[in-house]
Write a protein that binds this ligand. Sequence first.
Ligand code: NI
Length: 173
Amino acid sequence: MPVKPLVFIPDSQLRLISKPVQGMDKDVRRLVDDMFATMYKAPGIGLAAIQIGEPLRVVTLDVSRRDDTQEPMTLINPEITWHSEELREMEEGCLSIPDYYASVERPDKVRLKYRDIDFKEHEIEADGVFATCIQHEIDHLNGILFIDHLSKLKRDRVMKKFTKLARQRDDEA
Ligand code: NI
């Protein structure tokens, strides 16, 4: 389960629309393993495949927030089939935008359809951190970042900072 390098903004890969998984095979299982290894190492509570450069509709999650137990969850081809009118504001961060946090308003509850690691279909309801995390990760599959939900002023400021950082990294390489 190798830890993969993360893709950071302003990398244009993060704007790709990821493709549905057609069925489980060795490659998709390996991708899921790599995603968990990378997510836990970061550490993060959610990761979309494109964040390690793979444009497939695969998400790994673990919102257990406990050190002694892990509750890994794999979402293949996740889809929101319903969301509440009620909104909830929560502070979000993203492994592709390190050390930056901001409050985002999203539907408080969602109904989610997805396939598990055995490609079996499920439909569940989610709220709280879980609902926020699901919406954040599904956004990634559609090339959307949480900073897109902020004001243009805030977003431009973050993009500028990370563009500068990327340039510094390139210069050092
Ligand atoms: Ni993210």
